[in-house]
Design a protein around this ligand. Structure first.
Ligand SMILES: *[C@@H]1O[C@H](CO)[C@@H](O)[C@H](O)[C@H]1NC(C)=O
Ligand SMILES: *[C@@H]1O[C@H](CO)[C@@H](O)[C@H](O)[C@H]1NC(C)=O
Ligand SMILES: *[C@@H]1O[C@H](CO)[C@@H](O)[C@H](O)[C@H]1NC(C)=O
Ligand SMILES: *[C@@H]1O[C@H](CO)[C@@H](O)[C@H](O)[C@H]1NC(C)=O
Ligand SMILES: *[C@@H]1O[C@H](CO)[C@@H](O)[C@H](O)[C@H]1NC(C)=O
Ligand SMILES: *[C@@H]1O[C@H](CO)[C@@H](O)[C@H](O)[C@H]1NC(C)=O
Ligand SMILES: *[C@@H]1O[C@H](CO)[C@@H](O)[C@H](O)[C@H]1NC(C)=O
Length: 843
């Protein structure tokens, strides 16, 4: 059967059921005659397990169930609103609104009243092709209270486009206006309730909660919405979710239900979650809380869904105050003047309401106990003020305003024409009016964006039992706190409800189990840090130039190290370099003074000055090794010194070569010797060698870079070594090999002339100098491979200084000694005698 066929089938049943219409009871609480009737559906009685009435073909006897005080309260609100509108001179002037109200007994009795409203005065509902001109008994319907009933009823009413305004059905399904074209509501939808709840929990840092739900669509839908909302962020985890057992009405719990409840409470007892969200109609909760009290469970924060957040009957269990703190989500409180008195106003005495035999066929429209029961709760109801009541009240006003517009009422007069429900529906969508200070209208989804409140239960007799602590605006989706919560804890501290204690700063969370809320705290290792706002589960590595200590939340800049002036090694090397510089100056001076003497000329003559000036520059440039490296100092370190060294070497080599030429080549190859002399061969050679060297160094530099780099020290991560490019080592080896080649050349020339007079023979010196230079460079490179740091720079500068000192003192030193202390040997005569002696020995 499709929905249409099912509806028609129901209509057929109705026609049979209504064959014996009963008379209306005059002056009943449930009925008021008027020009236009509104239907009202309320739960005055409630039956949790609503199957028994399906066993027999009768309207259920609702008055056998427990009375629902709040339901009666809401019904009174509708009566009050209609009466007030009728008294009102400017809203619907001259028009009398009437009502027909039926007790739907929560879920038990939905279809029957709906059919009753659809039928006409003669209890007859015709089967028509077109219902647009059909006039049902009522023009609009207020209610029912819960979503399940609202959906059931609306599946009938939507067929006739009868406006239905519910005052507390929050289900998200009702948003679907293709399915429920005629359903509007004066309460924010469920996801706003959930959002308010979640924001409340986030505010108090509860992330480990228990969810208890009723075994019906209310419990299932809302818990599903909650887990969906929580799943989207992962800030709050559900420790466990359980379905509350539902006993038969009027019966004690069976063993099965008792076991189920025991199990739930055991789990709650063992859990570290202290926040319990309960989505259930209040029907199931009485038994549950009695059991909670019996088990002496304490220290729990109970979060009530709107279904029981302001239930005066549960609140009357004053012992509950010892079980913890009760918070709840409900609609805002609006004071309705005069309603408190109206709620318990007795109808005029002597009314024939209790004429039992004259009851209407539809529903047990009598409630002998209602007024007396409400009176007994009068104090709590009065103190708690009007919350859901205001939703009913505004629903009635919304219909009245729509009717007012549709009837084109002036201040004093209305047209009183026929109103078809579907015409009224169109008007209701567009109402926009102010009621007791609130601007009321329906949004696109047919919801009135009324505020929600977070309330706390109080048992202080003189206070509002449902004190507002925060207010939630569905438009802004934000919770604003109004007053402090008084907790059930020593010193009024906020109760904790977390799976794991939150980690200290700098500790990362390691998930334990499935929930992101359960974790261990682990140290963040040095070199990593934890950014709580970005990622609590991973320690992030510090950027290259930074470092962190264990469990740091930020990284610090590493200390940059380089050779500094105040270090002992720097001072030692600087002294050596200064010595070298001064001695070079002295040698330069001595050589200049004795420029024309044979020793100076045999040492190379003008070429000595090239070497000496180079040496002077080199010693003068030593400070480039100290201080943070720059492009310039790296350039000097990698190019200038090695080129200078090559210049010196090539000078020495060419000088050895010349000495050999003097004695050998001049004799054997006079033409080549002539050319060599004519074109300043020695200088060409030095320039040539230098050019080659410059090319090689430049090539090496282009291949790598000379930018200074910062490298971490594997031994001490707190520091960062600033040095020239690390490939420098390869360049160094390469340069040394070129120098080696040069010195081998120089050495072979010197060796060839080893029999020369001692004052010409530098073979020993060159061998020594080269051996030193070579071994020092090799050891420097070896050192560089194993060590990385300032020490390398010190070694580098030391090797350079010593190499140049060796040239300086080894080559020029003996000559100066001769010049200064043996001036008699620094004469042409002495040199000639030496050469003659040599040639005589040769021949
Ligand atoms: C409506 O007016 C009547 C008569 O004046 C009065 O008794 C009743 O309390 C009024 N009702 C409301 C809801 O104001
Ligand atoms: C609860 O507490 C009462 C009195 O404090 C005690 O008599 C009772 O045995 C306790 N019940 C449980 C289940 O612990
Ligand atoms: C109900 O009460 C009225 C008078 O209050 C009486 O006239 C009528 O007969 C009663 N109905 C039945 C069915 O007894
Ligand atoms: C309600 O209370 C009144 C007096 O307060 C009493 O006369 C009446 O019998 C009570 N009704 C019921 C149904 O208990
Ligand atoms: C309702 O009316 C008020 C003032 O008359 C206006 O500011 C508001 O925008 C209206 N709202 C809607 C939804 O039409
Ligand atoms: C409550 O406060 C008092 C004094 O301020 C302190 O000594 C005590 O430890 C606190 N108790 C708790 C449970 O925090
Ligand atoms: C932490 O992460 C946030 C967001 O990614 C960022 O704005 C903030 O600067 C970070 N803080 C630190 C100390 O890195």
């Amino acid at each position: 059967m499709g929905p249409r066929a099912r509806t028609l089938h129901l209509l057929f049943l109705l026609l049979r059921a209504l064959t014996k219409p009963a008379e209306l009871v005059e002056n009943s609480d449930f009925h008021l005659a008027g020009d236009y009737l509104l239907g009202g559906l309320f739960s005055l009685h409630a039956n949790a397990k609503s199957v028994s009435h399906l066993n027999y073909l009768q309207v259920p006897k609702c008055n056998e169930y427990d009375m629902k005080v709040l339901g009666y309260n809401l019904m009174q609100a509708m009566r009050f609103a209609v009466e007030e509108i009728n008294n009102h001179s400017t809203l619907l002037p001259g028009v009398l609104l009437g009502y027909e109200m039926v007790d739907v007994c929560y879920l038990t009795n939905n279809i029957h009243p709906a059919l009753y409203f659809l039928a006409q005065e003669d209890y007859f509902l015709p089967l028509l092709k077109d219902y647009s001109q059909y006039m049902p008994r009522v023009v609009a319907i207020i209610g029912p209270d819960n979503s399940e009933s609202t959906i059931t009823v609306s599946s009938l009413l939507s067929y006739f486009l009868i406006p239905q305004i519910t005052y507390s059905a929050i289900s998200d399904k009702l948003k679907d206006k293709r399915r429920f074209p005629a359903v509007l509501r004066t309460v924010p939808s469920a996801n706003h309730h959930i959002e308010a709840m979640v924001q409340l929990m986030l505010h108090f840092h509860w992330n480990w909660i228990v969810v208890l739900v009723s075994n019906d669509s209310y419990g299932r839908e809302n818990s599903h919405l909650l887990s969906q909302r929580l799943g989207s962020t992962g800030d709050i985890c559900i420790a466990f979710q359980e379905i509350l057992p539902r006993p038969e009405p009027g019966q004690a719990m069976g063993p099965e239900e008792q076991a189920q409840l025991d199990n739930i409470l055991d789990k709650l007892w063992r859990s570290t979650a202290r926040v319990v969200v309960v989505f259930s109609p209040e029907l199931t909760l009485h038994n549950f809380f009695l059991e909670v009290l019996r088990r002496n469970i304490t220290g729990v924060v109970w979060i009530a869904s709107e279904s029981w957040a302001i239930d005066p009957v549960l609140h009357k269990l004053t012992e509950l105050r010892h079980t913890g703190t009760f918070l709840g989500v409900t609609t805002q409180r609006v004071f309705i003047p005069g309603f408190s008195e109206f709620r318990v106003r007795r109808a005029k005495s002597g009314h024939p309401m209790l004429n039992k035999t004259n009851l209407k066929a539809t529903c047990n429209q009598d409630c002998d106990a209602c007024l007396n029961m409400t009176e007994s709760y009068s104090n709590v109801l009065m103190l708690s003020g009007e919350r859901v009541v205001y939703s009913v009240y505004s629903a009635v006003y919304a219909v009245a305003h729509a009717l007012h517009r549709f009837l084109r009422c002036s201040q004093v007069h209305c047209t009183k024409e026929t109103v078809h429900p579907w015409q009224l529906l169109r008007e209701i969508w567009h109402v926009n009016f102010t009621l007791l200070g609130n601007q009321l209208f329906f949004d696109q989804q047919g919801d009135m964006p009324l505020l929600l409140d977070i309330i706390q239960w109080q048992w202080d007799l003189s206070q509002n039992p449902f004190q507002s602590i925060a207010s939630y605006s569905p438009i802004e989706k934000r919770l604003t706190y109004i007053s402090d919560v008084s907790w059930d804890t020593p010193n009024n501290t906020i109760p904790l409800s977390t799976c794991s204690k939150s980690c200290q700063p700098g500790y990362m969370k390691k998930p334990v189990g499935l929930h992101p809320c359960c974790f261990e705290c682990l140290d963040c290792q040095p070199g990593t840090y934890l950014n709580h706002t970005a990622d609590e589960f991973n320690c992030l590595p510090c950027p290259g130039s930074m470092w962190s200590n264990k469990n740091d939340i930020t990284c610090f800049k590493r200390r940059l190290v380089f050779l500094e002036w105040h270090e002992v090694s720097t001072i030692v090397v600087a002294i050596l370099a200064a010595l070298g510089f001064l001695s070079t100056l002295a040698i330069l001076f001595i050589f200049w003074r004795h420029f024309q003497t044979p020793i100076v000329r045999s040492a190379g003559g003008p070429m000595c000055f090239l070497m000496l000036v180079t040496l002077l520059l080199v010693f003068g440039m030593m400070p480039v090794y100290v201080g943070p490296p720059t492009v310039f100092s790296c350039f000097c370190r990698q190019a200038f010194f090695t080129i200078s060294f090559s210049i010196c070497l090539s000078c020495i080599t060419v000088r050895s070569f010349q000495i050999m030429c003097v004695f050998k080549m001049a004799r054997r190859l006079p033409r080549a010797y002539g050319l060599w002399m004519r074109y300043h061969g020695p200088y060409v050679f030095v320039v040539f060698v230098t050019a080659i060297k410059v090319t090689l160094v430049a090539g090496n530099m282009l291949a790598t870079t000379i930018n200074p780099t910062a490298r971490t020290d594997p031994d001490d991560p707190n520091i960062m070594i600033l040095s020239c490019h690390p490939n420098y080592r390869n360049g160094l080896l390469f340069n040394t090999s070129v120098n080696l080649l040069l010195s081998v050349l120089g050495f072979s020339f010197a060796y060839m002339g080893k029999e020369l007079p001692t004052n010409y023979n530098e073979a020993k010196f060159i061998t020594l100098c080269m051996a030193f230079s070579f071994t020092s460079t090799i050891s420097l490179c070896t050192f560089m491979t194993v060590h990385d740091g300032v020490l390398v720079t010190i070694m580098d500068i030391l090797v350079n200084v010593l190499n140049f000192l060796a040239i300086n003192l080894g080559y020029f030193g003996p000559k100066c000694y001769m010049i200064l202390f043996y001036p008699e040997r620094n004469t042409s005569a002495y040199f000639n005698s030496m050469i003659q002696g040599y040639t005589m020995r040769k021949s």
